[in-house]
Design a protein around this ligand. Structure first.
Ligand SMILES: C[S@@+](CC[C@H](N)C(=O)[O-])C[C@H]1O[C@@H](n2cnc3c(N)ncnc32)[C@H](O)[C@@H]1O
Length: 372
C-alpha cells in the first residue's frame, strides 16, 4: 500500500502503531483481492468443474449451482473467510483511530465565518429502510449513523478507510474515479458550460471536488443521506480550499427547484440500494436538470454470462453486505431512464480511464441521459 494519502487538516492522523495496523489491513486486503480470491478460478477449472461434469454429465448452468459446488472446496471457504475477516478488521482498526481523535475532528469540521462553501443538515430527514437495515461494506453504523449532534465519525472513517481498503488504489485523495467522471463529461460534452453541478451520494466528497477542479466557474453541490458524511465533507473541502455546498438529503427527493442543475451525477451509490430507489433517483435527476443538462451514473457494464464469472463478480454481494449489487448489475438502466422521463435517443453509455492510476484501475462505465 502507498503510505502517501494526501494530508489535509480534516483527515484523521495516525500514531505509529495505528499506522502499522492500517498497513497490515491494507496488505491483507490486497493479498485477498489480487491473489487469494482470483486463485479460485484455478480451483474451479482444475478440480470443481471436472468433478461437477463427471457427476452430472454437464457443466453448471447457473450461479447458485456454481456457488454451491464451490462451497465444498476448503480453499474457496477459506478465502471467503479471509476476505470477510479483512473487511471487518479494516473498519475496526481505522475506527479505533478515528474514535481516539473524534472530538478534534468534530471541532475542525464546524462551519466558520469566511468559509468558501456551506453546509446544511436535516435532523428530520426520513431514512430509507435499506439504509438503516444494512451496514454496507460491513462498516459499523453504515454511512449515516450519528453518534452525537455534530458527529463526523462515519465521514472520517470512510476517508481514511477507503484509502486503506483500496490500498491507495483510488489516488492520493481517493478522487481518481470522480476525476475520470468529470473529465469524461468535459470530453463528451465540450460545449456544456455548467452553472450548477450536483453530486448525489457524495460521501466525504471524493467524487464532488473533482467537479470544481474541472469546472471552476460552476457552483458545485454535494448531497448525502448521512449527516456525518456532509459535515465531514464540509471540513474536508474547506481544508482543501474548495467551495462546495453540502446538504443532507435523500437523492430521491431533494429540496432543489426544478431545472436547477446542468449536471447531476452519482458515483458508487446506486449499486448499494434497491431498484425502486434507483428509479426514484433517476426521476429526480430528470426533474432537477435544466434543458440540455446531463445526468450520469456509474453502471452499464455488461454482466458476465458465465455462471463462474458471476460468482467471481459477486464477492461483495455475498460477503460484504452489498445485498443489492447483483440486482443493480442486471437491472435495465436504459428502461429506468426512459421511465424517469428521458427520451430513448438521449440516453448514452461511455467509459473513461482513471487519471493518475491509468492502467491500474478498470475504466469507469457510465449510463446517462441528456435532458431534452
Ligand atoms: C459508496 S459511497 C460513495 C461516496 C462517493 N460518491 C464516492 O464514490 O466516494 C455511497 C454514498 O451514498 C450515500 N447514499 C446512499 N443512499 C443515498 C440516498 N438515497 N441519497 C443520498 N445519498 C445516499 C451513502 O450515504 C454513501 O455516502
Amino acid at each position: 500500500m502507498s503510505v502517501f494519502q494526501q494530508r489535509h487538516d480534516q483527515l484523521p492522523q495516525q500514531t505509529h502503531d495505528e499506522f502499522a495496523r492500517e498497513e497490515f489491513c491494507g496488505s491483507l486486503r490486497k493479498m485477498f483481492t489480487t491473489e487469494l480470491w482470483p486463485a479460485n478460478r484455478e480451483i474451479y477449472t482444475k478440480e470443481r468443474l471436472p468433478s461437477f461434469v463427471s457427476e452430472k454429465g454437464r457443466a453448471p448452468q447457473t450461479f447458485p449451482e456454481v456457488r454451491d459446488w464451490m462451497e465444498d472446496s476448503f480453499y474457496f471457504r477459506s478465502t471467503n473467510a479471509v476476505g470477510r475477516a479483512a473487511q471487518e478488521l479494516l473498519w475496526d482498526t481505522v475506527g479505533e483511530s478515528v474514535e481516539r481523535q473524534l472530538d478534534t475532528l468534530i471541532e475542525k469540521s464546524k462551519p466558520r465565518k469566511g468559509d468558501l462553501g456551506t453546509i446544511r443538515v436535516n435532523p428530520d430527514l426520513k431514512m430509507p429502510r435499506y439504509i438503516e437495515a444494512v451496514d454496507i461494506h460491513v462498516m459499523p453504523g453504515n454511512f449515516q449513523t450519528d453518534l452525537s449532534s455534530d458527529d463526523v465519525f462515519a465521514g472520517a472513517l470512510y476517508d481514511r478507510g477507503v484509502y486503506v481498503f483500496a490500498f491507495g488504489g483510488l489516488g492520493k485523495t481517493n478522487a481518481d474515479l470522480g476525476l475520470a467522471t468529470a473529465l469524461f463529461t468535459q470530453e463528451k460534452f465540450p460545449n456544456l458550460k455548467p452553472k450548477r453541478i450536483l453530486d448525489m451520494g457524495c460521501g466525504p466528497g471524493f467524487t464532488t471536488l473533482p467537479w470544481k477542479d474541472i469546472y471552476p466557474d460552476a457552483e458545485v453541490y454535494g448531497i448525502d443521506i448521512g449527516a456525518p458524511q456532509v459535515r465531514y465533507g464540509h471540513g474536508r473541502a474547506e481544508a482543501l480550499g474548495k467551495a462546495i455546498h453540502y446538504s443532507q438529503q435523500d437523492a430521491a427527493h431533494t429540496d432543489f427547484p426544478d431545472g436547477y442543475f446542468d449536471i447531476v451525477s452519482s458515483l458508487l451509490v446506486t449499486h448499494e440500494m434497491p431498484g425502486p430507489h434507483i428509479k426514484a433517483i433517476y426521476k429526480e435527476c430528470n426533474r432537477l436538470l435544466a434543458p440540455g443538462g446531463i445526468t450520469l451514473h456509474d453502471g452499464g457494464l455488461a454482466y458476465p454470462s458465465d455462471p463462474f464469472d458471476i460468482l467471481m463478480n459477486s464477492w461483495f454481494g455475498m460477503h460484504a453486505n452489498e445485498p443489492f449489487s447483483n440486482a443493480y448489475k442486471t437491472m435495465d438502466h436504459d428502461q429506468a431512464m426512459i421511465d424517469a422521463g428521458f427520451a430513448k435517443d438521449k440516453i448514452f453509455h461511455g467509459q473513461r480511464e482513471a487519471v493518475y492510476l491509468k492502467g491500474q484501475l478498470p475504466p469507469v462505465h457510465f449510463v446517462g441521459a441528456i435532458k431534452a
